[in-house]
Ligand binder design. Sequence first.
Ligand SMILES: [Zn+2]
Length: 197
Amino acid sequence: MRLAQPLQALIDQLLKLPSIGPKSAQRLAMFILRLPDEEARQLAISIIDAKKKVFPCPTCGYLTDVNPCMICTDQRRDNTLLCIAEEVTDVMAIERTGFNGRYFVLNQDFNLLKGNDIDDIDVKSLQERIANGGIKEVVLALNPDIDGEVLSRYLASIIAKQGVKVTRLAHGLPVGGDIEFTDEITLKKAIEGRKEF
Ligand SMILES: [Zn+2]
């Protein structure tokens, strides 16, 4: 069955979203078509706005629309504690535990199966951040899987050379799991029980 071209175009765009199959795309498109004009317009504007205004904080890598981000400018935070996370969504999860230090988000893909090379990980800005002083402890909060393990060991060896204590989240996190989807209590306990590398 041929659909009206603009409707087909909308479905095609929605299909590009993660975990959206043809049926969901169709359902979402129909939902959008039924929205009042103003709400549909707001949805479109939000997408354009977020794309235009949100960028990784140059200091920590968290997503922000101001430079530096709100976490970096928060005066109540512990400047001696730096948490390294792989992705922004991991920071969101760690923030829910009440962690009160600073962050450094790697925002870099590292997947051994995809053939990524550990030497391609850009550690220069991390080294500079640590070299600026004040940081006494770096907490490695990488996913408890093989890639996270390899990356943690690599980063730990680099950071240790800068004379800073390196800790990691305690086990209790499910092996092969994903920080982003770990419940707050498990993650909070893991942060509290972090161990020196
Ligand atoms: Zn920041």
